[in-house]
Ligand binder design. Structure first.
Ligand code: GDP
Ligand code: IMO
Ligand code: MG
Length: 423
């Protein structure tokens, strides 16, 4: 048995949470493999809306195990908030959630370091979510991190040493070192975390596969935010691509089955960094207003633009995507013309590759114009309801991207999901 992976092909917020929830009944387990509470995955059903940050999006469907893998970074305070609110809504979280002992802990001082690093960068700041993601992964790679399993062994001493090291760093950056209030909450939250099933998740997931069980791996962020392949340095600090599921869960590469690549019918980005198709005009504002493009975690305005097929093709290549999912098609319902970027122009040259120095080049998108569909797609329940112009748009994308589109989402609710090809 192999795992399937679902991940974002753009700059995050493609709608991963919604589709993971829809696909969960087909799986025995859902596993997160990277990122942390920088993620905000929104699910809507039965008139309610939930935003998940560290907890996998499979928790609302019955009889599914949810796993937080070793590649994830976990903030006990934010985890406790999220977990208690799920428990209050009736989710039996302690019974269905398993957490890797090897997942790294986000300390209160990591959050302070994140803020101090950003302040030190001034106008070159990344625009992070401020959750301490970068500093926590930095400690992991420099072999200074604290892991969930450390909670049981001399934890007080290890925590003090890490804290002191961080405070010296924050002071050098001239940042704020006041953590007393947060620290107390954090230490209590560590005790709460110990009430969960903390496991060797690499043995657990491989054991499930041996028994013929099905696992869906849920990506966070998006390919263009990957630390190796994204628009560096304006990226997050983890591998958001398919390979991240291998290192973030202990899965061998030959255990990867289908890769679901998810993208919006347009494009958004939050934080700094290159975004070749960004629109600074009324069209961009219209997409933001109709698509409610404001961050699920920070509430920040998302930058909006037309779909970028250069970046999408690159993402499909890096991830080995076998099945595409297009989200938020309904947001473009009222546009006379829909544009798709098929190449970039700069210095009199044209390229269909995402350039190494995208941040410094004056990239001008080359657009193909497609006729809008002027139909309320949010009411569609099957592909038979799609107007001709929308089918033409889908055909055009499939041809360009050389990958079939299996699922279309036409609204935020669980039910507004149309499976176009048998899964
Ligand atoms: P994620 O981080 O990839 O899970 O995505 P987010 O939850 O951050 O952002 C996606 C937003 O779009 C959420 O507010 C969803 O409720 C909403 N959404 C998802 N699919 C659709 C859709 O097909 N149409 C519309 N209009 N909204 C959608
Ligand atoms: P989901 O899983 C969109 C962006 C931040 C910033 C950069 C680095 O909901 O799609 P970080 O806090 O990770 O160090 O910030 O990455 N970013 C996201 N943008 N969706 C996300 O997650 C993101 N997680 C991080 O805005 O530009
Ligand atoms: Mg999000």
């Amino acid at each position: 048995m192999k795992v399937d992976v679902l991940l974002g092909l753009q700059w995050g917020d493609e709608g991963k949470g919604k589709v993971v929830d829809v696909l969960t009944p087909r799986y025995d387990a859902v596993a997160r493999f990277q990122g942390g509470p920088n993620a905000g995955h929104t699910l809507e059903f039965e008139g309610k809306k939930y935003v998940l940050r560290s907890i996998p999006s499979g928790v609302f469907q019955k009889d599914t195990v949810n796993i937080i893998g070793n590649g994830v970074v976990l903030d006990p305070v934010l985890f406790e908030e999220e977990a208690r609110s799920l428990e209050a809504s009736g989710v039996p979280l302690k019974q269905i959630l398993k957490i890797s002992k090897k997942a790294h802990l986000i300390l209160p001082t990591h959050r302070k370091l994140d803020a101090a690093n950003e302040a030190a960068k001034g106008s070159a700041k990344i625009g992070t979510t401020g959750k301490g993601i970068g500093p926590t992964y930095t400690d992991k790679i420099s072999r200074n991190g604290l892991r969930v399993g450390d909670l049981f062994d001399n934890f007080g001493r290890k925590y003090q040493a890490a804290k002191e090291r961080h405070i010296a760093m924050i002071q050098r950056l001239g940042g704020d070192t006041e953590i007393a209030e947060l620290e107390e909450k954090w230490l209590n939250a560590c005790e709460y975390l110990k009430e969960y099933d903390l496991i060797d998740s690499e043995y657990y997931v491989n054991g499930m596969l041996k028994e013929g069980k099905k696992i869906l791996c849920e990506g966070a962020q998006g390919t263009m935010l990957d630390v190796d392949f994204g628009s560096y340095p304006f990226v997050t600090s983890s591998n958001t691509v398919t390979a991240g599921a291998c290192t973030g869960l202990g899965l061998a590469p030959n255990k990867i089955g289908d890769v679901y690549g998810i993208f919006k019918a347009y494009c958004t980005r939050v934080g700094s960094g290159p975004f070749p198709t960004e629109l600074f005009d009324e069209t961009g504002q219209k997409i933001r207003a109709i698509g409610h493009e404001y961050g699920a975690v920070t509430g920040r305005e998302r930058r909006c633009g037309w779909i970028d097929l250069v970046a999408l093709k690159y993402s499909i290549m890096i991830n080995g995507v076998t099945r595409l999912i297009m989200m938020k098609s309904d947001v473009l319902d009222g546009f006379e013309t829909v544009k798709a970027c098929v190449a970039y122009e700069f210095d009199g040259k044209t390229t269909d590759h995402f350039p190494f120095d995208a941040n410094d080049l004056p990239l001008k998108p080359v657009y193909k114009d497609l006729k809008g569909w002027n139909t309320d797609l949010s009411k569609a329940t099957s592909p038979a309801d799609f107007p001709k112009e929308f089918n033409d748009y889908i055909d055009f994308l499939e041809k360009e991207l050389e990958t079939p589109i299996y699922i279309l989402s036409v609204g935020p609710d669980r039910t507004q999901t149309i499976v176009r090809k048998p899964l």
